[in-house]
Each structure stands twice: as C-alpha cells, then as structure tokens.
Design a protein around this ligand. Structure first.
Ligand code: GLA
Length: 584
C-alpha cells in the first residue's frame, strides 16, 4: 500500500481518500483501555487515529528511553491497525498538548541547549530521540504494511519561530531514520503562522474549531493545491486550576464539522478522547499569569475521560454518516460506578517520613530543582534562621508554590500565580525554616518552555541574603515505602498537612471509579502505586478518574499526600465525574 498527496486529495494506493481521524494520546490512557477507545473511534465513523509522542515521557532522564507498558507506542499503533484503522504520528519534538514542557525533556536545557531552533546541542538530542523512535515507526508505515499514513514535523511552529533551517533539519532527520510517508505541518490559519511554520516540501494543515470555511480559505491561499485538512479540529478545550470547566456547544461543533466535511476536507478531531494527566504530567500556560492545567484532560471530547460516548459523540457520528459509512455497531456507556466510602485508617506527617523519600544535599545558595536532576513534583528547601524583631522572608521567584514552615508550624504560601515574593515571619523568628516547593507543571506553550523549577534567584530576610540550604527532592516514585510505613502508623484524629494518609478498600467489580476530592485541600493520590494525579480545592475539578485496570477486587491501597487540610477522615467514591462549575 502507498499513501501520497495528490493535486486535490490524499491518495491511498492511488485512490482519493478522506482522512477522518480522531486524537487519542496513548500516554493519557491506561494501556488496557487503548483497544476499547480505538474501537469506539471506528464506531463513530473515523478511519484514522492520531497521536502525539511525548518525548519527555519516554526519556525522563538523559540516556533513558522507555518503550514499555503504557509507553509502548508500537503496541498502541498495532492496536490501531488491529481495528483496521490508519495512524497519524506527531513525534514533535515539541508537541504542546497541555503536556508538561510541551513534551521536551527538562534535562535538555541543563547544558544550555537551544529550544525549538537549529542549535547544535538541541539538534543532536533531537537526532538521537528520533533514532530511538525509528524502530517503532519505520516498520509500521503503510508502505511496509503498517498503519502510519502521515508524520507531522514540529507543532504549530509558526506561532513560535520562523527558522527554516530548523524545519529543514527536522525533515532531513525524519527521512534519514526511514520515514517515507508524507510529512505535514500544522499551524493556526493566520497568514504569518502558516508562512513561518512550514516549507514548500511539507504539506500544510490547519488547527481550528470553528468558522471552517474562512479558515480553509486562508489555508488554501497558502497552498493552492493538495488536500485541505484541519488536523486539529478543536471540539472542546482544556481547564486550568482556578478557572471554570470548559464545555463547547454540541450543535456548533457538529455544524463546524459538517462545514468542513462538506468542503471535502480531511479532519483530525482534537480530541476524540482526551484521557487524563496522570502523575505529574500536566502542562501550564503563562502569558503573564501562571495557569497550570488540571488533572483531567476530558476536553469535553466526544468520548469522555472514562471512555463513555457523550451527546457530542452521537452528534458527530450523525454528521460523519452524511459523508462516510459509520457501520451498525454502537458503543454502550459503562455501568455507573459504585458509590462507597472507606476510612482513612492511618496518617503520617510528611516530616516523619523524609528519610524514605531521598537524600539531602547542601548548598550555599538556592539550587534550582533542575540543577539537582529533579524534574517533577516536590522538594523541601531547609535552612536555619535567628532574627530579632519583625521579619520578612523574600524569594526572588517561586516556581511554582512554596508552603513556608517555621519549626514545623505553617506560616503561609508563596504562590507563583499570585506573583508572591515575600511573606512575614513571626517576630523573633528562630529555628528551622522549611519551604515545601511544588512544581505544578511546566509551561507548554510560548517562550517559557524549558525554564527551571524550584526557588529561583536569591532568598533574603529583611534584605540580608539567606545562605546555607539543605534540599531534599521528594522521590515519590518510592510511594510503596510510604504505603508500607502507613500500615503501622497511627489512626488519624485530623489530617493536617503536609501528611500522608492511607486507606484500604475492596472493589468487587472490574469497572472504573471516581474519587471525590471535595473534602480535601490540595495534594496528590496514588492507588496501588499508580499516581492518579493532583487534586485541589481551588477547582474546577472535584473528582479524580480511577481507571478500572489499576484496581483489584480486594485490598486496594490508597495513599494521599495532603498538603493543606482534609475535612473529615473518609475516602469517598461517587458514581459520576465532577469536573466543576462551568462559565454559564
Ligand atoms: C494547539 C496545539 C495542541 C493543543 C491545542 C489546545 O492546537 O497544537 O497541542 O495545545 O492547541 O488544546
């Protein structure tokens, strides 16, 4: 089989072919659920699945490249092929996607490598990365009998830069590793973005979610021949902590899709199924105010976070059925998950388990977390102070949130999104000063990509530099050790953070659950060692999605790291997701 770009159409083995694609990010969906989500895409009438590749998920540290388990991209693509569908792969290197650092590994920036530009150190890393992907992608292209029909170069590069030599080098590397299918670019349909983000030898596509005719006209002006494609048809949107839950109109989305298909254009629906920012994988925006993305990536997509078809699914299926066969199979929604509670049976203050969470290092001045090789989650910065009279603690910049403690007593919070840099300490402050710092997710769009995390710059009290720090990056991959320690810990009277609390519960069904976090303040939850992600009373999100495959029938172990305060001492599961208030 071959796939090519003709004068008017994509050509599948020489015949005109309309791509009806939907985005599913394998790294946001539990691997045991991939096949189910892909099948439901086919049942909506789609013929192709698109995924980004998140470089930093595969390469969390320099020299590592993990293709196992939930990162088994080859198995994901095989599941697409098994459903009789085609695949579009977007390996970046930059992907945006509301994913931490837009997919770029944080360790890249340590030796001063450039970002998204033709800079030798950066290009050498990109070269190695694409070579590591080659054994997965090369044999799975359509001309080798696999499902891949298109590969994308970079991502909305025209919104960031205009360096053609960078794009040309990316093309050369892709060709050198054996990518033979057509290469595309995606840009917002704005004149200079379309101009800057591509090359004559690349096929341009657009990203938009409304006003399809106007956007396709703009795209056409920049590319007089070849198939029109919206390769990110935004059918919903993401949420930030502190904002509202975004919903888009089913009717308007269906109408824009109809316009697009009526024009004969190809489409990739972004997202078909959004999934979840499990663990510490969410990105953030910062166009003046830092806005971290919530844990759910439901996206108000046709298939919701738990894989159930929504009203939008049926409306889009109806539209697609006007242009292509959708078949007779229709997916069913899963049975409603059970509602039950389990007691939080034990609690351990964070201070009592620091030995389980890594090793301290000492520094004269504040190190960034990146300089310590710690690229996600939390770290404790500790020093000793002795100040007479009133005292103001100042930190040049906090990335992204620091809880301040004196002798273990909570003083307050310095929050990046509030642009906080100073906090008063009690008069005659003396003793151990701790700052528990959270990296709330790396910026994924714009010039702040790659910035280091932690306490940045200088710390001072009343203008006097504060030197002599011990720093403990919290290794939360070792959560099993905490879980074990919780087994012999005391029962909670109250859960005053920062503290770990544990619960055990049975789940005699195989389905998903929704964990209700509305009685908790801010923190992170694990079940059976699987990190569900962050919760925050700030909202909008009030429940966390628990994929059925991480659960067992008896003895499920839940660990919560509560940073602030939990009211009540139960864990509560509810029958439906609550992603929070909407704008209306
Ligand atoms: C752009 C990017 C995507 C994603 C969407 C918003 O189109 O290309 O990665 O960030 O915006 O969801």
């Amino acid at each position: 089989m071959t796939f090519a770009i003709g004068d008017h159409d994509f050509l599948l083995h020489g015949k005109p072919f309309r791509i009806l694609s939907g985005s599913i990010h394998y790294f946001r969906v539990h691997q045991d659920q991939w096949a189910d989500r892909i099948r439901k895409a086919r049942q909506m009438g789609l013929n192709t699945i698109e995924t980004y590749v998140a470089w930093n998920a595969h390469a969390p540290r320099e020299g590592e490249f993990d293709l196992s388990g939930n990162l088994d991209l080859g198995a994901f693509l095989d599941a697409v092929a098994a459903e009789g569908m085609y695949a579009i792969v977007r390996p970046g290197p930059y992907i945006c996607a509301e994913w931490t650092n837009g997919g770029l590994p944080a360790w890249l920036f340590g030796d001063g490598a450039g970002v998204r530009q033709d800079e030798p150190r950066y290009m050498a890393h990109v070269d190695r990365y694409l070579q590591q992907l080659a054994p997965v992608l090369e044999p799975r292209q359509i001309d080798r009998g696999g499902p891949i029909i298109l590969v994308q170069i970079e991502n909305e590069y025209g919104a960031y830069g205009s360096e053609k030599s960078y794009l040309r080098k990316l093309v050369a590397i892709n060709r050198r590793i054996g990518i033979t299918v057509p290469l595309i670019t995606v840009d917002q349909p704005v004149d200079d973005m379309l101009e800057n983000g591509s090359l004559p030898e690349l096929h341009r596509t657009g990203s938009f979610g409304s006003r399809s005719h106007e956007r396709l006209d703009t795209l056409r002006r920049h590319q007089p021949t070849g198939p029109l494609m919206c390769s990110e048809f935004w059918d919903g949107w993401f949420d930030d902590w502190g904002s509202h839950h975004h919903l888009t109109s089913v009717d308007e989305t269906a109408h824009s899709l109809d316009e697009l298909l009526e024009r004969g254009a190809s489409v990739n629906i972004y997202m078909f199924h959004g999934g979840t920012n499990f663990g510490f994988t969410n990105g953030a925006n910062d166009k003046g105010t830092y806005l971290p993305i919530v844990t759910s990536y439901d996206y108000d997509a046709p298939l919701d976070e738990a894989g159930n078809p929504t009203e939008k699914y049926w409306a889009m299926r109806d539209v697609i059925s006007k242009y292509a066969p959708v078949g007779d199979e229709k997916p069913q929604a899963a049975p409603e998950p059970p509602s039950f509670t389990a007691p939080l049976r034990s609690v351990l203050p964070l201070w009592s388990v620091l030995d389980l969470l890594g090793d301290w290092t000492t520094h004269d001045d504040l190190p960034t977390l990146d300089s310590l090789g710690h690229y996600e989650g939390f770290a404790l910065y500790r020093t000793t102070i002795d100040v007479a009279g009133p005292a103001i603690l100042r930190i040049d910049e906090v990335r992204d949130r620091a809880q301040v403690f004196l002798e273990g007593d909570s003083i307050g919070v310095l929050a990046r999104d509030h642009h906080d840099t100073a906090i008063p300490l009690p008069a005659d402050a003396k003793g151990t000063l701790d700052l528990l710092v959270e990296d709330q997710g790396r910026v994924d769009y714009g010039p702040r990509i790659g910035e280091p995390k932690g306490l940045i710059g200088e710390a001072s009290i009343n203008g006097e530099p504060l030197r002599g720090w011990s720093v403990l990056p919290l290794d939360l991959s070792a959560i099993d050790r905490v879980s074990h320690a919780l087994e012999s810990a005391g029962a909670p009277s109250v859960i005053a953070g920062p503290a770990f609390a544990g619960a055990t519960f049975d789940h005699p069904g195989s389905g998903d659950l929704y964990l209700d976090t509305s009685a908790w303040g801010k923190g992170v939850v694990w079940i059976n060692g699987f990190c569900l992600g962050r919760y925050w009373s700030r909202g909008p999100q009030r429940t966390l999605y628990v994929p059925g495959p991480v659960l067992r029938e008896t003895g499920n172990q839940l660990v919560v790291l509560e940073l602030q305060a939990a009211s009540g001492s139960d864990v509560s599961f509810v029958p439906a997701a609550d992603l929070g208030h909407t704008e209306a």
